[in-house]
Each structure stands twice: as structure tokens, then as C-alpha cells.
Ligand binder design. Structure first.
Ligand code: M6R
Length: 344
């Protein structure tokens, strides 16, 4: 039931005020089993499709940075070419909202045939993926009806943070409720996002740039813009700008810089200057205003900078939703797409 909301997608974006908290709450025994299998693995592969693959990228990053644990990410659709050297000491972590994505289930089969353990993060706990796993964690965010993944993504991130925190023995700042407050804050103050959506209505190309943990969010924002607003959008690692994409920057290009105040801030600001000098319109998603931004979408400052992805993705979801409305597209059921891709 979408209640007072015009669309499921809008409801599910709003649900995130609560679901980011619920996802983190996990049965202690399951959490322990999940983390023990992960910690004792010789090698770790993390897989998923679409949005869930973007969670995989963030998981890899978190494990490396805070757990000093090396993991490889594999897009599920590529797993048949990449998952060939597993054995009984390997672990495949499969991330999927539905738990029914054919490519993901294929990668699980491949891992099992090689004797590997399978862990998963799912939203649907009765799914084929949950049943095929040695242990699974539930994102616990209720049914997601809109084709675009929204609350399941931030739920996956909340779990990834919890697992990481456990593996690094509580090295993340303890105030986990702070991102819930931040999400609430963004949802309550959408004026700047709506203004940007109005400007972008006729854009033919939108680029999203970020470094480190913000790069997967650039990819995720681009995916939301493609599927909801039918616009060409591309996520780019900001440091790659000079290696090619800078040639695309001109008047009428829109560039969204995902740039909270962390270790990546200054480098990304330099990129913003390079882009602006070519006449493109620069939009900053940040907790700090800067003159280089033509438009600034403010996000709250977080004490734990590793949590920014969960917060900065919300304005991108809202932006894609608003652009879909402006283009008379149905945000809940984008053309040509299915909620769960059960065939290859
Ligand atoms: O159910 P899953 O998480 O396995 O689905 C994976 C993708 O098909 C899914 O995330 C898709 O990319 C979304 N429509 C993106 O919003």
C-alpha cells in the first residue's frame, strides 16, 4: 500500500528514515556466524547486479579500509568468466534485494560447485538466494515495489557498515543513529533538489563524479537517472577526469560532484574547477558550500565520514524521481524493465 504517497518509489524513498535503522538490527547469532565465515576465508568475492553491485563495491572498500581484509568484486553477469579459482576456503558474498536474480543465482551455483561458502544479504528472506546460503543477513526493509532499488540499497549499506564495524572491533564512530537523522533531514528539505531537477529537465547528458566511497554512489545515481528519467547519465571516478572525460565537458553538460567533507574533498573541488572552466553546470552534493558550485544540494555533516554514502544517495534518488515526473515517465514502472530479473 502506498498510503498517502503518489508512487511506491516516493514512499520507499521516504521509508528510508526508518529502514536504515531497522536494517542494522540483526539477530546476534546470525551476525556472528556471518562474520566468522567471512573472517576465516582465504579469499572473498562479493557479487550482485545493478544497484546491489554498487553495494558490493562499497563493501569491498569498507573491508579494505577498516578491516584490512582484501575482497574482490564481480558483477554477477560476469561471474561465469571470473569465478574460476574458488575452493572450500573461499567465500562468495551475494547481495540481492529479491534473492531471485538469475545472474546472482548462477554465481552462487558456480561458487558451490567449487566447494566455496556462500553468504548473502537479501531483502526477501524466503528467496532462493537466502535458502542457498550458509548464512544470510536480512535488510529488513519490507517489500520494495518500485522497480528502482531505493530503500533496499541503503538497507544493504547499513548492514555492510555493521559487519565492517564488527570485523574491525567497533572502529567506526558509534553514533549509528546519526545517519538516520541525516536522512530525515534531507527528505524534509527538498527545495534545492527540486530546483536542480527543473534545471536538468532538458539535459541530454548528466555526469556524476566522486572519489573513493563516493564513486559507487556516482554509479548508483547514474543508474537511477537512467532508469527513472530516461536520460544518459554516467558515473565517473573523479580522478579519471583528465584521462578522457574532461573532453566531454562543455556548455549544457551537467555535472554532479559528490563531495562531502572528507579526505577526498579538496581533490574533488579541483576537479569541479576544471569542469566549470569548460562552461559546464556544476552541482555539488556536500555538507560544505563552495563558490565553484552553480547549485548546492546540502547534506548534513556526519561525524563518521564512512557513512556519507547512505546519506548522499538520497538526493540522487529524489532527483531521479523528480526528473521522471517532469518527463511524464512512470517512476514505479520504468519502460522495458522488470523488478526482478529472473532470466538471463
Ligand atoms: O533484486 P536484486 O537486488 O538482485 O536486483 C538487482 C538489479 O536488477 C537491480 O538492482 C536493478 O539494477 C534496479 N532496478 C536498480 O534500481
Amino acid at each position: 500500500d502506498k498510503g498517502k504517497y503518489a508512487h511506491y518509489t516516493l514512499k520507499e524513498i521516504n521509508d528510508q528514515r526508518l529502514t536504515v535503522v531497522h536494517a542494522g538490527r540483526q539477530d546476534e547469532a546470525t551476525m556472528e556466524k556471518f562474520c566468522n565465515i567471512l573472517a576465516s576465508a582465504k579469499d572473498i568475492y562479493i557479487t550482485g547486479s545493478g544497484t546491489s553491485y554498487h553495494s558490493a563495491l562499497i563493501f569491498k572498500h569498507m573491508l579494505a579500509r577498516f578491516g584490512k581484509i582484501r575482497a574482490e568484486t564481480v558483477m554477477s553477469s560476469e561471474s561465469q568468466y571470473a569465478l574460476a579459482s574458488m575452493d572450500s576456503n573461499s567465500v562468495l558474498v551475494a547481495i540481492s534485494q529479491s534473492g531471485e536474480t538469475a545472474d546472482v543465482l548462477d554465481s552462487v551455483r558456480l561458487a558451490k560447485n567449487q566447494g566455496a561458502n556462500v553468504l548473502s544479504i537479501v531483502n526477501v528472506t524466503t528467496s532462493s538466494l537466502a535458502r542457498a546460503s550458509d548464512a544470510y543477513l536480512s535488510t529488513n526493509c519490507g517489500p520494495e515495489i518500485g522497480v528502482a532499488a531505493t530503500k533496499s540499497f541503503t538497507g544493504q549499506l547499513a548492514l555492510i557498515y555493521n559487519v565492517t564495524d564488527r570485523l574491525c572491533k567497533n572502529c567506526l564512530e558509534t553514533e549509528k543513529a546519526e545517519f538516520a537523522v541525516a536522512v530525515e533531514n534531507i527528505i524534509a528539505n527538498q527545495a534545492s533538489i527540486i530546483k536542480v531537477a527543473e534545471q536538468m529537465k532538458d539535459a541530454s547528458d548528466i555526469y556524476l563524479l566522486g572519489r573513493s566511497l563516493h564513486y559507487p554512489i556516482a554509479l548508483e545515481g547514474a543508474l537511477k537517472l537512467k532508469e527513472l528519467a530516461y536520460v544518459h547519465a554516467e558515473g565517473i571516478a573523479a580522478g579519471e577526469l583528465k584521462h578522457g572525460p574532461l573532453a566531454l565537458m562543455e556548455k549544457n553538460t551537467f555535472v554532479i560532484m559528490i563531495n562531502p567533507r572528507d579526505a577526498t574533498f579538496n581533490d574533488t573541488i579541483s576537479n569541479a574547477h576544471e569542469i566549470k572552466a569548460r562552461g559546464a553546470t556544476v552541482i555539488g552534493i556536500s555538507d560544505r558550500k563552495d563558490d565553484v558550485y552553480d547549485y548546492w544540494i546540502e547534506i548534513p555533516h556526519l561525524k563518521e565520514e564512512a557513512y556519507y554514502p547512505i546519506v548522499e544517495v538520497i538526493p540522487l534518488q529524489i532527483l531521479a524521481y523528480q526528473l521522471a515526473l517532469a518527463k511524464n515517465a512512470d517512476p514505479d514502472y520504468p519502460r522495458n524493465l522488470a523488478k526482478s530479473v529472473t532470466v538471463r
